[in-house]
Design a protein around this ligand. Structure first.
Ligand SMILES: [Zn+2]
Length: 153
């Protein structure tokens, strides 16, 4: 699994909030978890070709550091890979009011996501910062790496 830089080092001696995730990182994690490129993510939101560039730029900017959007192109009811509500919570609320977000894929417990066994994702019992889907994915990758090392030996 990708390692996430420690927020503690950035916060100095302050009491570490449970899970500080900036909204741009949240969008990035959700897009990656959905396996979408920027162009693929933007596609449902433009019809006229002359709008393609602007919409794609908007999606790129959503993942740009230190930009918090108050208005998003995305509206309720459109099929999409992240929750607009969660985005606004991360952008506008103090950290102690943020929802608990998986640091691996950006899942929040109010969104439906299945794990690799087809069950509803929940929080990992051993690593409460990640969901069971990410936990299974990490275990699978570790298993693959082990096999590869065995074959190479
Ligand atoms: Zn996850």
């Amino acid at each position: 699994m990708r390692s996430v830089p420690s927020l503690l080092t950035m916060l100095g001696d302050q009491e570490p909030p449970r899970n500080v995730m900036p909204p741009w990182h949240y969008v990035h994690l959700r897009r990656r978890a959905a396996g979408l490129s920027i162009a693929q993510a933007a596609k449902p939101f433009w019809i006229r070709p002359e709008h393609q560039h602007d919409v794609e730029r908007h999606f790129r900017n959503l993942e740009a550091e230190n930009i918090r959007y108050q208005r998003l192109y995305v509206t309720e009811g459109k099929p999409y890979f992240f929750s607009v509500e969660v985005y606004h919570q991360l952008a506008n609320l103090p950290p102690h009011q943020h929802p608990h977000i998986c640091v691996g894929c950006g899942w929040d417990e109010h969104s439906t996501q299945y794990d690799h066994n087809g069950d509803d994702a929940t929080w990992s019992a051993e690593q409460p910062d990640i969901c069971t889907r990410c936990e299974q994915g990490a275990a699978w990758n570790a298993h693959k790496a082990e096999e590869k090392a065995r074959h190479a030996a």
